[in-house]
Design a binder for this molecule. Structure first.
Ligand SMILES: CC(C)(COP(=O)(O)OP(=O)(O)OC[C@H]1O[C@@H](n2cnc3c(N)ncnc32)[C@H](O)[C@@H]1OP(=O)(O)O)[C@@H](O)C(=O)NCCC(=O)NCCS
Length: 264
C-alpha cells in the first residue's frame, strides 16, 4: 500500500488540499518550471484547483511540505496488479525552496515508499538539458540510462529526453566465489535495520551456499564522497573479495575509510 502521508528527512509528503491553490499558482508561474515541466503557462488559480481535484493524471501526488508547500512529487503506474507496468515519477520544487536538497530527499522517500509496496522499477525522464533534475535523480540512486531522441512530447513538440530509472535489485550480476553464489538482492530483501542503507547502496549481495542455498550475511557497495565503501556484514571473505574484484573492474574507487557516522 502506498501511503498518502509520508514523513521524510526534511518534512512530510502529504495530500494536496484546497488551500494549497495559491501557493501552487505562486510556485508554478516560474520560468524553470515552465521550461522543464508540463504545467500550464501561465498558471491560473483554475489550473491549481483542477490539479488539486484531479492530480492531473497522477496516481498519487504529494505536496512536499517543508514548513509549507515546497513542491509536488507524483507517481503513475501504480494502479495495476504487481509486478505490473513500471512506475514513473515526476517532481518540481518551488524557487523559494531550491538548493537545500528538498527534491532529492522527497525522491528518496517516494522511491522507498514504492519499494516497500513491492514495485521493482521506477522510471524517470527529463527534457534533455535539465541538469538540475539529472543531479537530483543521480543523488537519489537513479541510474541515467541514456538519451532518447524526440522521446518526449513537451509543449506540443517532440523533444530529446534523458531517461533513467531506479530498480529495487540493482543491475549487478551474480558473482561466483568458491562455494558461494553471491546473489544481488533488492533493499526489501534485507533485514529491516539494514534497509535504509541498502536502499541507497549501489549494490547489495547475499552470499548463498551453492549447495543448499543458505544465506550468509550481506555485502553492500555504498557510495560516499570518499569513494565506494565495501560493507561486509557477516559475509564470508571470498564473497567480499569477489565483490571487490567486480567493483574494481567497473572502475569504482574502493575506499578503506569507515562509513560516514550514522549510515549503519
Ligand atoms: C530540479 C529541481 C526539482 C531541483 O530541486 P532542488 O530541491 O533544488 O534539488 P536539490 O537541492 O535536491 O539538488 C540536488 C542536486 O542537484 C544539483 N542542482 C540543483 N540545481 C542545479 C542546477 N540548476 N544545475 C545543476 N545542478 C543543480 C545540486 O547541486 C544538488 O547537488 P548538491 O547537493 O551536491 O549540491 C528544481 O530545480 C525544479 O523544480 N526545477 C524546475 C522543475 C523541474 O525541472 N522538474 C523536474 C522535471 S524532470
Amino acid at each position: 500500500m502506498i501511503r498518502d502521508t509520508i514523513d521524510f528527512a526534511l518534512g512530510i509528503l502529504r495530500p494536496l488540499r484546497p488551500d494549497d491553490a495559491e501557493d501552487l499558482v505562486r510556485a508554478c508561474n516560474d520560468p524553470s518550471i515552465a521550461r522543464w515541466t508540463q504545467v500550464p503557462v501561465p498558471y491560473a488559480l483554475s489550473d491549481a484547483r483542477e490539479f488539486i481535484g484531479s492530480h492531473a493524471g497522477e496516481d498519487h501526488a504529494w505536496v512536499i511540505d517543508v514548513d509549507g508547500l515546497a513542491g509536488v512529487i507524483g507517481v503513475r503506474g501504480t494502479m495495476a496488479t504487481l509486478p505490473g507496468p513500471v512506475t514513473e515519477v515526476g517532481y518540481w520544487v518551488a524557487a523559494w525552496a531550491r538548493g537545500r536538497g528538498v527534491a532529492t530527499a522527497a525522491l528518496v522517500a517516494v522511491r522507498d515508499e514504492l519499494a516497500q509496496a513491492g514495485y521493482q522499477r521506477i522510471d524517470w525522464a527529463a527534457v534533455a538539458g535539465n541538469e538540475a533534475s539529472v543531479q537530483v535523480a543521480r543523488k537519489a540512486g537513479f541510474a541515467i540510462e541514456g538519451q532518447r531522441r524526440q522521446g518526449l512530447v513537451h509543449r506540443g513538440r517532440l523533444v530529446d529526453c534523458v531517461v533513467g530509472g531506479w530498480t529495487a535489485s540493482r543491475d549487478v550480476p551474480e558473482l561466483v566465489a568458491g562455494q558461494w553464489q553471491v546473489q544481488p538482492v533488492g533493499p526489501q530483501e534485507v533485514l529491516p535495520d539494514l534497509r535504509p542503507l541498502a536502499s541507497s547502496a549501489l549494490a547489495v549481495w547475499v552470499p548463498r551456499t551453492a549447495v543448499g542455498g543458505n544465506d550468509c550475511g550481506y555485502v553492500m557497495a555504498v557510495r560516499s564522497v570518499a569513494g565506494v565503501h565495501l560493507v561486509a556484514i557477516d559475509a564470508p571473505d571470498e564473497a567480499t573479495a569477489a565483490a571487490r574484484r567486480y567493483l574494481q573492474a567497473q572502475g569504482c574507487h574502493i575506499t578503506e575509510d569507515p562509513l560516514p557516522s550514522g549510515w549503519l
